[in-house]
Ligand binder design. Structure first.
Ligand code: ATP
Ligand code: MG
Length: 541
C-alpha cells in the first residue's frame, strides 16, 4: 500500500467526507499531455476506481493567453485512450463568477485588497524568505475603496498590469506564498470559453483549491512542487468557510533522456525540431500512441513505478520494458526484411512456390496461423550473412547451415559480388527433408533466420527512431545553452524495407512484431499502396 492509499483508507475508516472518495485530474489546456500526466491520470482515476469513488476531469483554464480548445480536445482523447472515463467534465472558468463573489467576500472581511503597485514593486517588497517583506502602501485601503476598485477592475476600466487583487495575509511569513499572494490580475484577453466576458483572471492558488472545493473533491492529489502552496490552499478554504479538500503531494515523474515540460515540448513543436505534438519521438501520450506504445503498457508502467514522496529520475528503459512486455503478449508476428540481400536456392525448382504455415503469436495460440509463400528467390537480412564469419557469428556464411524460419535448413555454397565487391547474391542448397514440422526436421543448426519471397514481398517505408535527446538529463545544460543543444541529430532515420504481402490497412491489425527485429506499428500516414511503419521498440534492450 502506498502512502496515499494509506491516507484514503484511514479517512474511509473514520467516515471522513461521508466515506466517499472524489478525485480529479486538473490539466491546464495549454499543451498536449505527456507521460508525466499519464502517471497523474492513472493515479487519480486509479484511486477513484479502487475505492469506489469518482474522478473528475477539470480543465484549469485560468490563463487565457496560453490556452486553447485544440488542447482541450487532445486531453479528452488521451485520457479516454488511456482507458479512463471521467465522472464529470468541469472547467475552472465555470467558476469565475463564484470565485469573483468569494473575492468580494474576502474584501468585505478585510482579507483582500487592490494593489496599484507594479509587478516589480510587488516582488521587490515581497523580499526573501529569511527577512520579512515590506507592506504595500495600498495594503490598508478601506473596504469600500477596495470593493469599488475591484468592481471597476472587472468592468474593464484599467489597463493590464495596472492593478491586482491580493490576499491580505502576512508579509513576514517565512513561506513566501503567504506574503499577500496575488488573487487576480487584469488581462484583456479572449478566453477560449468565456470569450471577452472577463478581463480579470484568478491566479492558480486562488482558483485551484476553491474549484476542488466546489466539486466536493476529497483528496486533491498534486505534485511535490505544490507542497509549499498547501498552507495557502488551506487558508483560502478556511477563510471562505467552504468544503476543505485534503491536498496530498507526490513526486512528479521524471524520465531519463526525456524533457517533461509543456513549455519546452511546445518549443520543439513550434520550432519544428519534431513534426508535431504526436511525433513518435515525443514523450507526449499522443506521440507514444503513434509510436505504438499501448495504453496497457503505459498503465503498467505507472503501476510499476508506484508513488514516491521524493523526486527521482526513472530510467526510460523501464518504460520500454513495459511496452515490450505488453506487445510480446499481443502483437502479431510477421517477417520483414529491413536491409535486404538476395538469396537463391539453386536446387529449388524455378517458378515453384509452396505455402508454409507461420505462427501469429507463440504467446497466444488463439491468434492462429497464417500462410507464407516460399520460393526459390528470397530476401534475407544482410546482417544475417557474413562471407567469412567472425568468431561467434552463427548465422549464414559460406559453407555453413541455418534454418529459414517456418521452412528448411539451407547451406551456403557461394556468393556473387558486384564490381565493388559487395555481395549481391547468396547461393544456397536446401534440404527438402528438413521442412519445419516434419519428423526429420529436428536436425540441429545454430541459427534460424527470417526471409521473404522476392516475388511477393511488399515494400514499405519504415521510420526508425533513436532517443530525441543524446544525454540522459537534457535539462542539465552549460551556461548560455538550452536543452536544445542536447537534441540528438540522428533521432529519425527513414528506410525502405520489405514486408509480408498480407500486411495491409484492411485487416485491422496495427501492432506487429517483426520477427527477430522489434515491434512496429502502422503509421497514420500509411495508405494501402504505401505502408508506413514506426518502430516502437527493439526486441531486446
Ligand atoms: P508541465 O510542467 O509539463 O507544464 P504542469 O504541471 O504545468 O506540467 P498541468 O496541466 O498543470 O501541467 O498538470 C496537470 C496535472 O498533472 C497536475 O496535477 C500535475 O501535478 C500533474 N503532472 C504534471 N506533470 C507531471 C509529472 N511529470 N509527473 C506526475 N504528474 C504530473
Ligand atoms: Mg501546472
Amino acid at each position: 500500500m502506498n502512502f496515499i492509499e494509506q491516507i484514503i483508507e484511514e479517512d474511509l475508516q473514520n467516515g471522513k467526507n461521508g466515506s466517499k472518495i472524489q478525485t480529479r485530474f486538473p490539466p491546464e489546456p495549454n499543451g498536449y499531455l505527456h507521460i508525466g500526466h499519464a502517471k497523474a491520470i492513472c493515479l487519480n482515476f486509479g484511486l477513484a476506481k479502487q475505492y469506489n469513488g469518482k474522478c473528475n476531469l477539470r480543465f484549469d483554464d485560468t490563463n487565457p493567453v496560453k490556452e486553447d480548445t485544440e488542447y482541450v480536445d487532445s486531453i479528452r482523447e488521451d485520457i479516454q485512450w488511456l482507458g479512463f472515463q471521467w465522472n464529470a467534465e468541469f472547467y475552472a472558468s465555470d467558476y469565475f463568477e463564484q470565485l469573483f463573489l468569494w473575492a468580494v467576500q474576502l474584501i468585505k472581511h478585510g482579507l483582500a485588497y487592490v494593489d496599484d503597485s507594479s509587478q516589480e514593486e510587488i516582488s521587490q517588497q515581497r523580499g526573501i524568505p529569511t527577512k520579512p517583506g515590506v507592506e504595500s502602501q495600498y495594503r490598508n485601503r478601506s473596504i469600500e475603496e477596495n470593493l469599488d476598485l475591484f468592481n471597476r477592475m472587472r468592468a474593464g476600466e484599467f489597463a493590464d498590469g495596472s492593478r491586482v487583487l491580493r490576499a491580505k495575509i502576512d508579509m513576514a511569513s517565512p513561506n513566501m506564498h503567504f506574503r499577500d499572494p496575488i488573487m487576480y490580475r487584469i488581462l484583456h484577453a479572449e478566453h477560449h470559453r468565456t470569450g471577452n466576458a472577463w478581463c480579470i483572471y484568478p491566479m492558480y492558488d486562488y482558483a485551484h483549491g476553491q474549484s476542488d472545493s466546489i466539486e466536493g473533491i476529497t483528496h486533491s492529489i498534486c505534485t511535490l512542487e505544490f507542497e509549499v502552496h498547501r498552507p495557502l490552499y488551506d487558508w483560502f478554504c478556511e477563510a471562505l468557510k467552504i468544503h476543505h479538500p485534503q491536498q496530498i503531494e507526490f513526486a512528479r515523474l521524471n524520465l531519463s533522456y526525456t524533457i517533461m515540460s509543456k513549455r519546452k515540448l511546445l518549443q520543439l513543436v513550434k520550432e519544428n525540431y519534431v513534426q508535431g505534438w504526436d511525433d513518435p519521438r515525443m514523450p507526449t501520450i499522443c506521440g507514444m500512441r503513434r509510436r505504438g506504445y499501448t495504453a496497457q503498457a503505459l498503465r503498467n508502467f505507472a503501476e510499476t513505478i508506484g508513488v514516491a514522496k521524493r523526486d527521482n529520475i526513472i530510467d526510460v528503459s523501464l518504460l520500454e520494458f513495459c511496452v515490450r512486455e505488453d506487445l510480446n503478449k499481443t502483437a502479431i508476428r510477421t517477417m520483414a526484411v529491413l536491409d535486404p540481400v538476395k538469396l537463391i536456392i539453386d536446387n529449388y525448382q524455378d517458378g515453384a512456390t509452396e505455402e508454409l504455415t507461420a505462427i501469429n503469436n507463440p504467446e497466444d495460440p488463439s491468434k492462429g496461423t497464417r500462410p507464407v509463400t516460399f520460393s526459390k528467390e528470397l530476401w534475407i537480412e544482410k546482417a544475417d550473412f557474413m562471407e567469412i564469419p567472425e568468431k561467434k557469428f552463427f548465422r549464414l556464411s559460406v559453407g555453413t547451415e541455418v534454418r529459414l524460419k517456418y521452412a528448411y535448413i539451407i547451406k551456403c555454397t557461394h556468393v556473387v559480388k558486384d564490381a565493388e565487391g559487395h555481395v549481391i547474391e547468396i547461393h544456397v542448397q536446401y534440404f527438402p527433408e528438413t521442412k519445419s514440422g516434419m519428423a526429420e526436421s529436428n536436425r540441429k543448426v545454430k541459427a534460424t533466420i527470417h526471409w521473404l519471397p522476392i516475388s511477393e514481398a511488399k515494400t514499405a517505408k519504415i521510420r526508425l527512431f533513436d532517443r530525441l535527446f543524446a544525454v540522459s538529463d537534457p535539462d542539465n545544460v552549460e551556461e548560455g545553452q538550452t536543452f536544445l543543444s542536447h537534441l540528438n541529430p540522428d533521432s529519425l532515420k527513414v528506410i525502405e524495407a520489405y514486408v509480408e504481402p498480407s500486411l495491409s490497412l484492411k485487416n485491422g491489425i496495427t501492432h506487429y512484431q517483426f520477427e527477430r527485429t522489434g515491434y512496429f506499428c502502422i503509421d497514420k500516414d500509411a495508405t494501402d499502396s504505401h505502408l508506413i511503419f514506426n518502430k516502437t521498440v527493439s526486441l531486446k534492450q
